[in-house]
Design a binder for this molecule. Structure first.
Ligand code: PFF
Length: 463
């Protein structure tokens, strides 16, 4: 285990008892890899293509790219900064940085919203990942989906079979928890070091295959032809929300990972790698998926079923389709797994650091609670289909509370906190940027991010 740098502000803080023995990533590259692992997930490969498909293609892509550049990326730097300065899980990091600048202890609520919100996301994220694992097994066992009816039936059969849903969700959660239980370096870092290169290689194979066997030029037109008239408020709302989800902003994951980052690493350059890789991977996955979709004359606006119903159909009609279907679902499973790990870690880190719970117990205990909630989600598709929360299904309610409420509110709070509440001197010390670059980033954080998110948030509430 490596020993981390201890900031002066932590000495003597009662909730940071264990800060002197905290782990840290083995290098800056390890941090970049695990943070890409957190941000590249179902959001890139499942959600981004279907959101693009159902929100006008290039219009959505353009607004999404602007949101990443102007809002999510500046906020990602702010999250890393708080985590590293506070050297702790989101709750401790908010508490100790607030103490350092004499701010209200209520700021700790931002840390709580992150750590608990991440668990809520994980409860339904694990269920969707379970669908992917089911399709992975089907692909490996040679199940072929020949017609549109087959595709629909196969998906409906899964959704109506709570035992299957629970089985796959359980398997996925067990894999996730066992990594987190092993610790920061020998669990999280090692898993990412194995899975992320695998993910890049599979993705490149799929894009190459899409270029050979699919209609890449139709896909490129769909994603990149600029059509300003298609940019509507609905598209903007969807794009902002997705720019948060995709870069894992506001849920404590990046803050926790940032807390294991060495003092010597430059936050700005490090985070550029993450933001650019996350965006490129989303775009490459989109190119591969739409080139197959268009090649077979299938609908790009299929919605959440795009990769589960449309793609298997395309795969089954192509040479080598069986192999590539298996590779594709392996890619999505890896992506989901490395993101799920980052959703579990913030709360586990809190239990370990602030409550002195053994890591393995903390991971399995938290995993059990999340698994139980996920099981309710599985049952809500069928057995408890009458159940509704303020008129929403459990799945939609969990998704809505996290991505439409907690994420934007945390985003505003983080922008305001680093931009207005923390001492500018400590922020400058952490960022080590030239004065021009610092002022530009600081202005985005102080004005653009809070005002932009608040604007979108209010629209979303009215809508
Ligand atoms: N960024 C992940 C994805 O695109 O699937 C989801 C996610 C992970 C959101 C971690 C939030 C988070 F804290």
């Amino acid at each position: 285990m490596r020993f981390a740098w201890i900031p002066p502000i932590c000495r003597g803080c009662s909730d940071m008892k264990t800060s002197s023995s905290r782990s840290s990533w083995s290098s800056r590259w390890a941090f970049i890899l695990v943070t890409i692992g957190s941000s590249v997930g179902l959001g890139n490969i499942w959600k981004f293509p279907y959101m693009t498909g159902s929100h006008g293609g290039s219009a959505f892509v353009l607004v999404y790219l602007l949101c990443v550049l102007l809002i999510s990326w500046p906020l990602m730097m702010a999250e890393i900064l708080i985590g590293r300065r506070g050297r702790g899980n989101p709750v401790s990091a908010m508490r100790s940085t607030a103490r350092e600048c004499g701010a209200s202890s209520l700021w700790v609520l931002v840390g709580w919203a992150g750590a608990l919100g991440a668990l809520l996301i994980l409860s339904f994220y694990g269920v969707v990942a379970g669908w992917i694992v089911d399709y992975l097994f089907k692909a490996f066992s040679g199940v072929r989906i020949e017609t549109v009816q087959d595709a629909k039936q196969s998906f409906d059969a899964l959704m109506n079979d709570p035992r299957q849903l629970i089985l796959w969700q359980t398997l996925f959660m067990v894999f996730t928890v066992s990594v987190v239980a092993r610790g920061v370096v020998s669990g999280i870092e090692l898993a990412n070091k194995i899975m992320m290169p695998g993910l890049f290689i599979i993705l490149l194979c799929l894009v190459f295959w899409g270029a050979l066997a699919g209609d890449m030029s139709a896909a490129a037109h769909f994603l990149f032809d600029i059509r300003f008239e298609a940019i509507t408020p609905k598209v903007v709302l969807a794009a902002v929300g997705h720019a948060f989800f995709s870069l894992s902003i506001g849920m404590g994951a990046i803050m926790t990972y940032g807390s294991y980052l060495g003092k010597e690493s430059n936050i700005a350059t490090t985070s550029v790698w993450v933001a650019v890789s996350d965006t490129l991977i989303g775009l490459l996955a989109g190119l591969a998926i739409f080139s197959l979709t268009f090649r077979h004359g299938l609908a790009p606006a299929e919605g959440p079923g795009l990769i589960l119903q449309t793609l298997p159909l395309a795969f089954s009609h192509m040479p080598g389709g069986g192999l590539f279907a298996a590779l594709f679902f392996l890619l999505v499973s890896f992506a989901a797994w490395t993101s799920a790990i980052s959703l579990l870690e913030p709360f586990v880190a809190w239990l370990v650091e602030n409550r002195g719970v053994r890591r393995s117990l903390a991971a399995w205990g938290t995993g059990l609670a999340v698994w139980l909630l996920g099981m309710c989600v599985c049952l809500s598709f069928n057995v408890w289909s009458d159940f509704s929360l303020f008129g929403h299904t459990l799945f939609d309610a969990l998704d809505g509370v996290t991505s439409r409420l907690l994420m934007p509110l945390s985003g505003i709070a983080i922008g305001v906190y680093v931009g207005w509440v923390m001492e500018r001197k400590s922020v400058e010390d952490e960022m080590r940027l030239g004065s021009g670059a610092f002022s530009a980033w600081f202005a985005m954080l102080r004005y653009l991010a809070p005002v932009g998110i608040a604007f979108v948030f209010i629209h979303a509430l009215n809508g």
